[in-house]
Unconditional design. Structure first.
Length: 169
């Protein structure tokens, strides 16, 4: 069975009229993707408040300071410098939504499929990679909530993934 086509959507905060739109779109995505068995993780080191953020600056700065006080997790003899968020918890989902754009590395991925759906890199580059069925469900939820879907997202063309034996080339 061939894999679904995947659509790449750029999601940098400076690409939205207001940064808070990007947060709302990510939070909605996390609600939709939750049943897909996704995990949300980020690197809590070197969190930086984005310049684009207008609302909730003090609140998010408090989240950053709270995260800095949290000791890193241990896994046997190893120190784990990634923090997982429980997407079933509304507050944890809200926290992740704001901190993802503050992090140098934040990811939403499905362990069962080894598939990345969302990623922030270097505090500013953000991308969604959505299989068509998840994208359709996500866009339908955005429309039901009366959120405007960015025009560039509507124009994005899905691409068929390379066969597994040709990936990495």
């Amino acid at each position: 069975m061939p894999e679904e086509a995947v659509t790449t959507l750029r999601a940098e905060l400076n690409g939205f009229e207001r940064a808070e739109v990007g947060f709302a779109l990510l939070e909605t995505f996390l609600q939709v993707a939750g049943p897909w068995g996704v995990e949300a993780v980020l690197d809590p080191r070197r969190l930086l408040l984005p310049d684009e953020m207008t609302d909730d600056r003090a609140l998010v700065q408090g989240l950053i300071e709270q995260s800095a006080r949290r000791p890193p997790e241990k896994w046997g003899p190893f120190t784990v410098h990634e923090r997982r968020f429980d997407l079933d918890d509304d507050q944890a989902r809200w926290d992740y939504t704001r901190l993802a754009y503050c992090s140098s590395a934040a990811t939403v991925w499905a362990r069962a499929r080894s598939t990345t759906y969302f990623e922030v890199v270097n505090h500013h580059r953000a991308t969604y990679w959505l299989p068509e069925s998840l994208k359709d469900q996500y866009f339908a939820t955005l429309e039901a909530k009366r959120w405007q879907i960015p025009p560039s997202w509507l124009a994005a063309v899905p691409k068929q993934p390379k066969p597994w034996w040709r990936r990495g080339r």
